[in-house]
Design a protein around this ligand. Structure first.
Ligand code: ZN
Ligand code: ZN
Length: 356
């Protein structure tokens, strides 16, 4: 995902003469990209890490040393330092592989941002604006107010979360995609860097999904407000950056942060993602969304864990040794695809050995 760059900044100056329609589209496109850059999960931020440590310390205090897991996925009592930075987790080979996969992804990222993201994001929003103009005519040029800002925030959040859910569901259910996403699930311990642990081919797929959802909603709102959605966009930055940033990083931290049961039915608590990483059959294919529980609830994949529920992480003892090193995780998908092609496996046959 781009951190701050808009496609205009990446691709160079626009032509000197810009027609009114193109200008509107260009303007809207920049808005979409600013929103995308502001809202998508970014790499580690000190504010987020400090907030994570502060909440973890609070959990340690109120639970008398309980509430964090060890590398085996079991809850255990610990002193504060061991609670916050357990040696068995941060010295684990999985944590080292997280780091190298993250570095690879950072190096390769610029190559696909320009080629793929600029096309999908701005292409989608241009298509949406043009379609709306074709069907309904010129923009109604509505005036933005606080209520509309909230609606814009909420719609963007729900749309992004739905697209995330759909991609994530496909990553688990389609064998060729599972071969890629397995790299995220081969993490045997969770650290904040596990969030970025993806095969370098999976990065563009997630990013295209984000660009598609922001382009779609951005196009609709840019048309409705004739580009006057700037305030709402600015308003969104704080809310989304905090929600995505915090949730994305805490859910890959080994400390269990539960929400009250009622709230968990609406928002994913960080500990609900511990379940998603568990190899126990009852935990498979649960809690797919990024932020809300709404889509998981709607499609029957929501799983709210009990307090201190055992969640051993990884892809399971039977195949874990094939996905342990950096090299194994990098070539693994290619090997799986080759085997699928060679054996002419039906998709179901591939899915059956997802996890043992
Ligand atoms: Zn997953
Ligand atoms: Zn994860």
């Amino acid at each position: 995902m781009p951190d701050n760059a808009s496609p205009a900044a990446i691709l160079g100056d626009p032509p000197s003469i810009v027609g009114p329609l193109t200008e509107t589209i260009q303007h809207a496109s920049d808005l979409v990209w600013d929103t995308l850059a502001a809202n998508t999960p970014r790499d580690l931020h000190w504010e987020i890490i400090l907030l994570t440590l502060a909440i973890a310390t609070f959990i340690w205090l109120i639970r008398g040393g309980h509430g964090a897991r060890g590398a085996d996925g079991r809850e255990r009592k610990a002193g504060l330092l061991q609670f916050l930075l357990p040696k068995d987790i941060y010295s684990h080979v999985s944590a080292r592989v997280d780091l190298w996969l993250w570095i690879t992804e950072r190096i390769l990222r610029p190559f696909w941002i320009v080629g793929l993201l600029a096309t999908v994001g701005s292409g989608t929003e241009t298509a949406v604006i043009e379609s709306l103009e074709w069907i309904f005519g010129a923009s109604p040029a509505m005036q933005s107010n606080y209520t509309w800002m909230l609606i814009y925030s909420l719609v963007t959040l729900l749309c992004y979360d739905f697209v995330f859910y759909a991609i994530h569901y496909a990553m688990h259910r389609v064998p060729a995609l599972w071969a890629l996403h397995k790299v995220h699930h081969s993490a045997e311990v969770l650290t904040p860097l596990t969030r970025s642990r993806e095969h370098f081919i999976a990065g563009p797929i997630w990013a295209a999904g984000g660009a598609l959802s922001y382009g779609f909603i951005g196009g609709i709102f840019a048309w409705l407000f004739d580009g006057g959605i700037v305030a709402a966009t600015l308003f969104n930055i704080g809310v989304f950056a905090l929600l995505f940033g915090f949730n994305g990083s805490f859910r890959h931290y080994h400390v269990q942060f539960h929400y009250p049961h009622g709230l968990s039915k609406w928002l994913h608590s960080p500990v609900m993602h511990h379940v998603h990483h568990s190899y126990l059959p009852k935990h498979w294919d649960k809690n797919f969304a990024a932020v809300t529980s709404i889509w998981d609830r709607l499609f029957g994949t929501l799983y709210i864990p009990e307090k201190d529920e055992y969640t051993p992480w990884g892809i399971g003892p039977a195949t874990q040794s094939e996905y342990r090193s950096y090299w194994q995780n990098t070539v693994g998908p290619f090997r799986d695809w080759y085997q699928m092609l060679r054996s002419g496996d039906s998709p179901q046959a591939g899915a059956a050995d997802q996890r043992e």
